[in-house]
Design a protein around this ligand. Structure first.
Ligand code: G3P
Length: 216
């Protein structure tokens, strides 16, 4: 499974990139707003750090507007993936981008039917929002599992990008149900490295080494 970093903060991208584990980055208008910077400059800087797909979201809600904005975003860097919302206009724009060899990420996906329509129109990625489904009492991971079955049943090559990941269990479950990618906030990425038994075990090894090598 690929790991994308879900952030608009360039310093986080830089640090995660040094870890060597990230394959791409996703942003959205809320994440870009948190950075306090403009989308274009943030995307340009991220592209100079990470050699992989970088999702940048359109703000327009009509398909002509989405295409206009998406064409401009795609000019920033070859790795830019155009994020469009899961609406009739978004899916129409998705087809246009796909026909014109521009990669897309259909966002705000909450059902297998929505994912199916996005795949039918050539989406490169679909982003089911696991955490937001959990927030309203649904089983977010079950939706990923169902989308996996739909795509495998019909041979769709659209990648399932597990989004709205809130904790390490979401990452583990994404791996278990066969998501192609998980986009992960920086804090959650850091938590994946940790286990209390690793810390205890390491402290014991170092203590034993020091005891055995104590100078008389
Ligand atoms: O990529 C979109 C996703 O990150 C949204 O996450 O936590 O705002 O539901 P969240």
């Amino acid at each position: 499974m690929e790991i994308f970093l879900d952030t608009g903060i360039v310093d986080e991208v830089r640090e995660a990139s040094m870890m060597g584990v990230i394959d791409g980055v996703t942003t959205n208008p809320s994440l870009i707003a948190k950075s306090g910077r403009g989308q274009d400059e943030v995307i340009k800087e991220i592209a100079s750090i990470v050699d992989g797909p970088i999702s940048a979201e359109v703000i327009a809600t009509d398909w002509e507007g989405m295409i206009k904005e998406g064409k401009e975003l795609a000019k920033i860097h070859d790795n830019v993936v155009i994020k469009v919302p899961m609406t009739e206009d978004g899916i129409k724009a998705c087809k246009w981008f796909s026909d014109n060899n521009i990669k897309t990420n259909v966002t705000l996906v909450f059902s297998p039917n929505q994912a199916f329509l996005a795949a039918k129109n050539g989406a490169t990625y679909v982003s089911p929002f696991v955490g937001r489904l959990d927030d309203v009492g649904h089983d977010g991971m079950a939706i990923i599992d169902e989308i996996r079955t739909v795509f495998d049943n019909y041979g769709y090559t659209t990648k399932i990008l597990a989004a709205s990941i809130r904790h390490s269990t979401h990452v583990r479950d994404s791996l278990m149900v066969g998501a192609d990618v998980a986009t992960i906030p920086f804090k959650v990425l850091k938590s994946l490295f940790k286990h209390p038994l690793t810390d205890v075990g390491l402290a014991n090894f170092i203590a034993d080494y020091n005891k055995a090598n104590k100078k008389a």
